[in-house]
Design a protein around this ligand. Structure first.
Ligand code: SF4
Length: 284
């Protein structure tokens, strides 16, 4: 169960994405799956390269569209573990509509966002996660709008699993991704993954000073959605751990009649022209 391959990542030395890659590889090994039982689907951005760095099926999709591909894969083959990944620009700008609908749809996919609060691949422009006043080439006077709050959005959209990690705490991050893979439904995991080249504000040191572990908050209950929302708002999203998990709600695919009996990937597709035409007529 070795999820490493021989491809050398070309991320900048010190980029947070290295730890995310390692955490996904460790989590996949820890849950006991084999490389052929995992598919990693990525979007566009520095983080989007991750699909090529893991020994599994990999799909490097188009900008903001990792989730439609990942959901389609899971619906076609329930036996595959599917992880979608990308950056905050990919998932919270061009891909935001897919993110919200994937959350509320609750197909059994794990979505790992490498949140570095900037566009790295295009050399440092403001992303939806950049703080108000954040100065970049695209906002020389500072970002005017406030940053998006992905945890609050996820909880509001009806997420059944919301977690957040930090690149330097690879042990916690691995455990979060493991829990996400094992969750029966859509698992959303936001990861603070610093861009050491272009984001000189939200650095490793900045996060170490500002983050609170939910495990250190007395009485925190990850199955209480109201408490999760209240805590996330009070802490301005700067928490790590499992924020919320709903263990009761069934996943989308469990609710689709007939899905569990016959995955699409196992259908006999050697149809005659007549059989094919009859099948098409059923949907017209
Ligand atoms: Fe990582 Fe930033 Fe370098 Fe991209 S530009 S590889 S996000 S450090």
């Amino acid at each position: 169960k070795d999820f490493r391959n021989s491809v050398k990542p070309n991320w900048c030395p010190g980029c947070g994405d290295f730890s995310v890659q390692a955490a996904i590889q460790r989590a996949a090994a820890n849950v006991g799956i084999e490389p052929h039982e995992l598919a990693v689907v990525a979007g566009i951005g520095c983080s989007g390269r991750i699909a090529g760095y893991i020994n599994s099926y990999g799909f490097h999709g188009i900008h903001g569209r990792a989730l439609p591909i990942a959901q389609g894969l899971k619906m076609a083959n329930r036996d595959l573990n599917v992880i979608a990944s990308g950056g905050d620009g990919d998932g919270f700008a061009i891909g935001m509509a897919h993110t919200v609908h994937a959350i509320r749809r609750n197909i059994d996919v794990t979505y790992v966002v490498m949140d570095n609060q900037i566009y790295g691949l295009t050399k440092g422009q403001t992303s939806p996660r950049s703080a108000q006043g954040f100065i970049t080439k695209s906002t020389p006077g500072g970002a005017i709008e406030p940053s998006l709050k992905p945890l609050e959005v996820a909880l509001s959209a009806g997420a059944t699993f919301v977690a957040q990690g930090f690149s330097t705490d690879i042990k916690e991050l691995t455990a979060l991704i493991e829990a996400g893979i094992q969750h029966k439904g859509f698992s959303f995991i936001n990861v603070f993954s610093p861009c050491v080249t272009y984001n000189k504000i939200n650095t490793y040191e900045w996060f170490k000073e500002h983050l609170t572990k939910l495990a250190d908050i007395e009485g925190y209950d990850a199955q209480n959605r109201e408490l999760a929302m209240q805590t996330v708002m009070e802490k301005e999203g700067l928490v790590t751990g499992i924020i919320y998990q709903d263990l009761e709600t069934k996943s989308y695919q469990e609710k689709v009649p007939g899905y569990s009996e016959q995955p699409l990937s196992e259908l006999d597709m050697n149809l005659s022209e007549g059989q094919f035409n009859d099948l098409v007529k059923e949907f017209m």
